[in-house]
Write a protein that binds this ligand. Structure first.
Ligand SMILES: [Fe+2]
Ligand SMILES: [Fe+2]
Length: 221
């Protein structure tokens, strides 16, 4: 597995969580349900935005130097996605503040945008997995790819990374969770890997972590 292929774990998590968020938007009616949706959406927004920012500061400029104009179409998607994030953030607040009479119409707007976000984001990550990852592997050596990955990870604050790593693990199927943790074990500095494992364990719970540790040798338990 080359470093550029590791992006699939983040993309899978984005795909899984945006679909779950859409279902949650359709189920949310009460104040408590809307608050829970807002909290979950806020984390998704922070991680997906930082992922996009990371691509824009590391990968896209490098790609532009080797193959001009390809990255522009992906940047275009990121800008549309940012507009949907802002629209949904406003709509969930409007629905939360609405009276019982006006809440149904506010919820209808939120739900329409939740569907739009799913369709947009799932197509975008599929396009990157299908077209960008193979192109990056063709244009860049594994050490160059590893430098892009490090730069992308560097756009996450430690606080957000502590939430993003368990979120990635939680939103991947079991075999992919193991593959992701195994990849981090190979690429992370040895002194930092146990810290990452601690974040993941705290986020996904002891039982889910033990299942991964039973499959991937050498993990802290
Ligand atoms: Fe992207
Ligand atoms: Fe991406």
């Amino acid at each position: 597995m080359q470093p550029a292929e590791g992006v699939r774990f983040v993309h899978s998590a984005i795909d899984t969580d945006v679909r779950a968020l859409e279902a949650e938007a359709f189920a949310a009616e009460t104040d408590a349900q809307l608050d829970a949706y807002a909290a979950r959406f806020s984390l998704f927004h922070a991680i997906a935005k930082t992922h996009n920012d990371g691509e824009e500061v590391s990968l896209f400029p490098e790609l532009d130097r080797r193959l001009p104009r390809v990255a522009a179409t992906y940047l275009f998607d990121h800008e549309d996605e940012a507009a949907l994030f802002d629209a949904i953030t406003g709509q969930v607040a409007a629905a939360r503040g609405a009276s019982p009479v006006t809440r149904p119409s506010e919820l209808a707007k939120l739900r329409r945008h939740a569907v739009a976000l799913t369709e947009h984001v799932t197509a975008h990550v599929r396009k990157e997995n299908t077209l960008i990852t193979p192109l990056v592997m063709e244009l860049f050596t594994p050490p160059e790819q590893a430098a892009h990955v490090q730069a992308m990870i560097g756009t996450f604050s430690p606080e957000l990374l502590a939430k993003a790593l368990p979120w990635i693990v939680a939103n991947n199927v079991f075999d992919e969770r193991c593959a992701y943790v195994g990849m981090m074990q190979r690429v992370m500095p040895p002194e930092r890997f146990p810290v990452a494992c601690g974040w993941i364990k705290a986020g996904i719970g002891d039982a889910a972590w033990s299942a991964i540790a039973a499959k991937v040798p050498g993990l802290p338990v």
